[in-house]
Design a binder for this molecule. Structure first.
Ligand code: ADP
Length: 161
């Protein structure tokens, strides 16, 4: 029997309830879920890659088929490295579509064995993005409806000054 593996890539800067919804819904459909924090040389990020990974690890500690990785390079190469043939992405609004179409078409061109599956956001999370959550946190407003408690704490710490 072959093991089914899926990769959930992203910046996760930081992880939100929107990301977690996609992660949790994926866990019972694949044997292994590999979260991949992509190191992007052109985007510094608010949290370091190590900080992002630690926040994800804490958020998924109850899910035993989820592993967290960091990778700098092409996502399809990461998929090859771990033997995964599926990428899962979330879709929030029509505005996500164009970017995702370009990304998926490029990945397909680079490696036609890897398929990307899209999962629609749950309606109550459709407005949540890491960048909006950071904006709210920067103004010292409460973000506990959008991110797990330990992430809210990390955001408060980051924007303390
Ligand atoms: P990227 O910079 O690659 O878009 P993100 O961390 O912003 O990385 O997002 C990673 C994945 O999670 C993307 O597929 C994105 O569409 C999805 N995602 C983010 N927020 C939500 C949400 N609220 N609901 C559903 N999917 C989401």
């Amino acid at each position: 029997m072959t093991t089914t593996k899926a990769v959930i890539p992203g910046s996760f800067d930081p992880i939100t309830f929107g990301h977690l919804d996609i992660i949790e819904r994926s866990t019972d459909r694949f044997d292994e879920i590999h979260i991949c924090v992509l190191k992007n040389s052109s985007k510094a990020g608010t949290f370091s890659v190590d900080e992002r990974m630690a926040l994800i690890e804490e958020s998924v500690k109850g899910l035993d088929n989820v592993t967290v990785h960091a990778f700098s390079g092409l996502l399809v190469d990461f998929c090859d490295e771990i033997g995964a043939q599926t990428i899962i992405r979330g879709l929030r609004a029509v505005s996500d579509f164009e970017y995702e179409l370009r990304l998926t078409s490029m990945n397909k061109k680079l490696n036609s064995d890897v398929e990307t599956l899209y999962m629609m956001t749950s309606t109550n999370y459709s407005f949540i993005s890491s960048s909006v959550v950071k904006e709210v946190a920067a103004y010292k407003a409460d973000v506990s409806d959008f991110v797990p408690e330990h992430v809210a704490k990390a955001l408060n710490e980051k924007f303390k000054k």
